[in-house]
Design a protein around this ligand. Structure first.
Ligand code: NCW
Length: 443
């Protein structure tokens, strides 16, 4: 048994990273629009003001998707584009953009997967304390309701929140992503709890108001450990590490987020590690947080061991320094599926490269083809071993603004010349077309 006939092959992007048009048609500002302007925050002082100008070029971009045989597209909605002040007044033009985007996708035979939060919190809400404000989960539910009212007649797949580990960890603990804060542990735990509540309330809102069947999940970063060998002992050690948690790293773990969402409780280890710093939990909170979902999304790039232990000299890495560990696309889906017992959707996987246009006008990114052949083959093995995997969304469709690292790291299957906004399908884009078209048989 290999990839099932209805396996979802696709590509992913996020609003702030591709849209540009940061202050057009009534859009409000988000924390990335605002805080990326602070000196010494983003590489080369870059920002997403214009980026790929996808807001204006989306029709061409979707044409390109069709040409590439893409059947599923995961994109995110910019909260401040729809609610300039985060709550209250709705910006009709913002909503229309996403409605037109969905229509154009469907006209081209592409299924939309909507991510509600991919990091650009409305600035007006950050000023009210952002995710630390006890009302933040209600703000998110209200925003979700408006999106569901407008799009759920045509959208089936919903992803509430992208990589809570990363936006909390890098944005509020390490201070290297917007809003560049370094908060104490007690605030980070309470913020996490509020975000989990926001997720749960969004799930409830979608279920209650969706005009047709909704398939809902979230998209945490999901790296697991790779066992040192295939012995039962080593596999169990790796499994344990994959869900372990301590005081220093709890934010970046799988279990801090996954356990409350799926099991309705924080891991036992969290109570031990965090003690008094655990969030205050009101009656009913855990039931909201664990509102049943349909799939477990996971963004998977490198193994958990690769973060923790020194890499051996010369270990292959991508242009962001992320270790190339293809087997993580076998072990992560396996461990996540066996623990949470939900179908897995690979919501992101891919690599950053220093891609460039060669003299013949093409982008010869053969390293990306090699990378993807290895990673997707590992995923195929997981499927063959009985792990339920719904689909694979490649990160990313286009080269884009890579947050604090700016424009140099290029993740796209399509090259973007930021000076002219010209797009060039990379060799990997043609290669992926064949993989999707043969349902993975060409690997
Ligand atoms: S930065 C990041 N990414 C990239 C980004 O473009 C995308 O928006 C994200 O969903 C590609 O995929 C995600 N992830 C940050 C990973 C850093 C992990 C640091 C963990 C330290 C222990």
């Amino acid at each position: 048994m290999s990839f099932s006939k209805d396996f979802m092959w696709g590509v992913a992007t996020a609003a702030y990273q591709i849209e540009g048009a940061y202050n057009e048609d009534g859009k409000g500002l988000g924390i990335w629009d605002t805080y990326s302007r602070l000196p010494n925050t983003i590489k080369n002082g870059e920002n997403g003001d214009i980026s790929c100008n996808h807001y204006h070029l989306y029709k061409n971009d979707i044409k390109l998707m069709k040409e590439m045989g893409i059947k599923n597209y995961r994109f995110s909605i910019s909260w401040p584009r729809v609610f300039p002040d985060g709550i209250g007044k709705v910006n009709k033009q913002g909503l229309e953009f996403y409605s037109d985007l969905v229509d154009t996708l469907l006209e081209n035979g592409i299924t939309p997967l909507v991510t509600l939060y991919h990091w650009n919190l409305p600035n007006a809400l950050q000023r009210k304390g952002g995710w630390l404000n006890p009302e933040s989960s209600d703000w998110f539910a209200d925003y979700t309701k408006v999106i569901v009212d407008h799009l759920s007649d045509r959208v089936t797949y919903w992803i509430t929140i992208n990589e809570p580990q990363v936006f909390v960890g890098l944005g509020y603990k390490d201070g290297v992503h917007a809003p560049f804060y370094k908060l104490p542990t007690s605030e980070l735990t309470q913020m996490s709890h509020n975000i989990l509540l926001a997720h749960g309330k969004a799930v409830r809102t979608i279920r209650q108001y969706a005009k047709k069947k909704a398939i809902i999940g979230f998209a945490p970063t999901g790296p697991c450990s790779i066992p040192h060998s295939r012995s039962t002992e080593d596999i169990e050690v790796a499994r344990k590490c994959s869900f372990a948690l301590d005081r220093d790293n709890f934010i970046f773990t799988n279990s801090w987020w996954g356990d409350p969402i799926v099991f309705g409780q924080y891991p036992e280890e969290a109570h031990k590690a965090l003690g008094e710093d655990m969030p205050s939990i009101n009656p009913g909170d855990m039931a909201i947080i664990s509102e049943p979902i349909d799939f477990y999304g996971a963004n998977i790039y490198q193994s958990q061991n690769a973060f923790a232990t020194p890499k051996y000299p010369g270990q292959p890495v991508t242009s962001l320094g992320w270790a190339i560990t293809p087997e993580v696309l076998y072990w992560s889906p396996k461990f996540l599926y066996e623990r949470y017992k939900l179908p897995i959707l690979i919501t992101e996987n891919g690599m950053a490269g220093c891609d460039l246009v060669h003299l013949d006008g093409r982008v010869h990114d053969d390293y990306r083809i090699d990378f993807l052949t290895r990673y997707i083959s590992a995923l195929k093995q997981a499927v063959e071993d009985g792990i339920e995997v719904m689909g694979y969304m490649h990160w990313s469709f286009l080269d884009n603004f890579e947050w604090a690292k700016g424009y140099a790291p290029r993740f796209g299957l399509v090259y973007v010349d930021y000076l002219t906004q010209r797009r060039i399908i990379k060799n990997s884009g043609y290669w992926y077309k064949k993989v999707m078209g043969t349902n993975g048989e060409s690997l």
